[in-house]
Design a protein around this ligand. Structure first.
Ligand code: GLP
Length: 249
């Protein structure tokens, strides 16, 4: 895992966009998983501007899911599929036939996770995945627990995560208590994993990552240290409590 600190959210979003565009130029039909959350929204604006200026072509890019709420269909305004559609996919020349997101509304969510995991395996795994990091140190929706999962799976959302994500819903009772999520091995085996982190509310996560020398399923983000393909792009505010000698490691 390596960490690069940028002055602010704008600078890290610009750098992330350049990396995404470079990866697409190297492999126009790469498999990419785009995240939700507040952090990537500026990155998506920059990618849309680049597309409008003819600097990137998304027509062959294959889009897959990081995670999704169980029980929300792809046209539900709070579903991650809907989020990605309005913030990125519908604004560029992605080909709908190349977009295959996990189906949160599947009748049998467990079977859907297995189907999706198998599909990714047959496709050869993820080329590029981007994700944020939860204030409770989750990655994707891999919540702190006694055990974690290797591939796409069902995850029970912690009260903490439901509380934080309630800001997007009318009330906390509307927040699903389960999600489908990429697994830890999916993340570690991805050819490139870009972790984006912005703001002071994530500073404690980076303080722990830079000062604790243990890896734990109770601290899912610590497992990112297992892969050299993990590149963390974080801003000064997120880095403000970090041990300075760990930046770049
Ligand atoms: C949700 C997603 C995560 C994402 C996180 C960060 O919890 N499941 O994949 O990393 O949001 O969100 P934000 O960027 O708003 O901090």
């Amino acid at each position: 895992m390596n960490i690069t600190v940028f002055d602010n959210h704008e600078a890290l979003s610009q750098a992330a966009a350049e990396l995404v565009i470079d990866e697409i130029k190297k492999k126009p039909d790469l498999i990419v998983c785009f995240p939700t959350g507040s952090t990537p929204i500026r990155l998506y604006e920059i990618l849309i501007e680049a597309y409008q200026k003819g600097k990137v072509d998304f027509s062959k890019v294959r889009v897959r899911s990081v995670d999704e709420y169980v029980g929300l269909s792809q046209d539900h305004p709070q579903s991650y599929a809907f989020f990605l559609s309005i913030h990125l996919l519908s604004c560029c020349n992605f080909d709908p036939k190349n977009i295959e997101l996990i189906n949160g509304a599947a009748q049998d969510p467990q079977a859907e996770c297995l189907r999706y995991a198998q599909k990714l395996k047959e496709e050869g795994g993820i080329d590029l995945i981007l994700d944020g990091i939860g204030e409770n140190v989750h990655i994707g929706f891999n919540e702190p627990a006694d055990q974690l999962y290797d591939h796409y799976h069902l995850e029970s959302l912690s009260p903490w995560t439901r509380q934080v994500n309630a800001r997007f819903f009318e009330s906390i009772v509307d927040v699903p208590d389960q999600a489908m999520s990429v697994g830890v091995l999916d993340l570690l085996e991805a050819k490139t994993f870009l972790v984006l982190s912005s703001g002071k509310k994530k500073a404690e996560v980076w303080r722990r990552l830079s000062t604790e020398n243990t890896l734990s399923t109770r601290f899912p983000a610590s497992l990112l240290k297992l892969s050299q393909n993990v590149h963390c792009l974080i801003d000064q505010e997120s880095a403000s409590l970090m041990a300075s000698d760990k930046v770049g490691k």
